[in-house]
Every structure is written in structure tokens, then in C-alpha cells.
Design a protein around this ligand. Sequence first.
Ligand SMILES: Nc1ncnc2c1ncn2[C@@H]1O[C@H](COP(=O)(O)OP(=O)(O)OP(=O)(O)O)[C@@H](O)[C@H]1O
Ligand SMILES: [Mg+2]
Length: 277
Amino acid sequence: MTALLRIEDLTLGIKDEDGVTPILRGISLDVAAGQVQGLAGESGSGKTITGMTVMGMEPAGSVTSGHIWLEDTDLLALRGKELNQVRGQRVGMVFQDPSASLHPQLTVGSQLTDHVRYHLKLKRAAATDLACDWLERVGIPGGRAVLRRYPHEFSGGQRQRIAIAMALACSPGVLIADEPTTALDVTVQAGVLALLRELVDTLHLAVLFVTHDLGVMSAIADNVAVMHDGEIVEAGPREQVFTNPAHAYTRSLLASLPGAKGGLLSRADLETLGGGW
Ligand SMILES: Nc1ncnc2c1ncn2[C@@H]1O[C@H](COP(=O)(O)OP(=O)(O)OP(=O)(O)O)[C@@H](O)[C@H]1O
Ligand SMILES: [Mg+2]
């Protein structure tokens, strides 16, 4: 299968008065359409920075090398207007905290419609229809009345669903999801994971899914990469990495999981919990 998103030997350092601190030390990952590439690893290993760099949102002072191919466009080489077009339109992102994508003082409808009007150049009526369709698709029914509500008038799980709608409304091929369910409680978490998986399968998204939670990872990812100190120390199909980890670091991550099943969720668990929010 050919990769839609191909990260090739990505290095990133952050420059300050004392020199350049290395953060990413040669990351390579291929993500095909319809596949979830999980990215695990302990706090500070570089997961978020990897995702942010794909979005062109690396920290100020970053020095990068390598390539981030989205089909035949090298995202790492884009600047300004070209980068803005890619961001949001060809690559969407969902963050741990949905407030990062939703403005508290604007209605959900105005944010969704402004976003699609800007990127897709739609007229107001078409943008409103698209916004309604998307809210329904992510499990928030209620039609136009919902568009007039503010983010705080929804539950945490609903806000994350709205953030997902926002990330996908312009039909990007790639989605970066950085700990999208970490702030939610467990049943709500399973519902949002089930929604994400369904969207990946129906829209054939290539997803980079960052989480430090191997239980969440086992439920959603097709392939798993484990990061340690800015490097990928292990990568492979989910079953292989979970049942036969090659690297001592991965074994220690797995051993630290709580619960009888080692804290791992299965696809079947997701399906049973899927409706919960
Ligand atoms: N804006 C920044 N300026 C300087 N260093 C940064 C910045 N953001 C992150 N770092 C450093 O980069 C490294 C990787 O951080 P990153 O946020 O990618 O980790 P992470 O794997 O996502 O961790 P977590 O699981 O806690 O979210 C860390 O050492 C962090 O201190
Ligand atoms: Mg992070």
C-alpha cells in the first residue's frame, strides 16, 4: 500500500542562546489512507512535536531537516499562504483539549461555517448545510438549532466531537489526533474512539494518532510506533508490537499498564461501548 503521508528522516532542534537542542532525531513513518498510525512513548519523547511539525506548527526557533510528504508535496518546504491552505484543508488536527480548536465566544455554527467558507469558498447557505451535516455525522443531532449554541453549552465529549467535525469538514486526507480522548472519562472516551475509527474507515483517512495510553492505542491503531527521546525505537503492526515487543523500552511501557488484560482494549470493546457519551 502506498503512503499518503510519508515522514522521512525528520530531525528537529530548537535553537536558543546556548545552541540547538535536539528534539527529533530522524523520524520516519509511512501512513496509508484508511490506516491509523499510533505514536506512543513517554512524556517528553517528542510525540506532540512530531504531529505539530506535520501541521507546520513547530515551536519558534525550530531547525528542521528531512521531508514530510503529503502525496508529492513536501510540507516541510511550504511557507505562508501555501502552508495555510494545506493546514485545515488537506491536513486536519484534533487536540487533547477541544478548546484549542473552538473559540469560547463564538457559536459552534459560526466557527464551522467560517472554516468551510474560508477553505472551500462556499456560499453561506451551502456552508450552513455542510456544518449541519457534519454535526449529525459526529453524533450531534438537532439541526440548525445546535449551530446557535456556544461551546460551553456542550459536554466535554460533545465538544471533542465538534472539534472532530471542524478538523474534517474540509475533507482533508490526513488527520493528526494528539491525545484526543485523554481528557475524557472512560465511557465517553470509547465513544469518541469508535467515532474516529468509523470516520477513518469510511473517509479513508490517513491518521497519526498520538497517545501515551497503550490501552487506547490497542483499540484504534493499525500500526504502532514507539518513541523514546526523539527517536522511534520500535514500529510495526499493532499485534506484533503488543504481543512480541522487540525493544526493552516497549516491554517496559507494556508492563506498566494496569488491569488484568494489561489494560488493553480491543476493537470489540470499542464496538460495545461505541454509543456512550
Ligand atoms: N515550544 C517548545 N520550546 C522548547 N522545547 C519544547 C517546546 N515544546 C516542546 N519542547 C520539548 O520537546 C520535547 C518533546 O516534547 P513533546 O511535547 O513533543 O513531548 P510529548 O511526547 O508530546 O509528551 P507528552 O506525552 O507529555 O505530551 C520535550 O523535551 C519538550 O520539553
Ligand atoms: Mg504531547
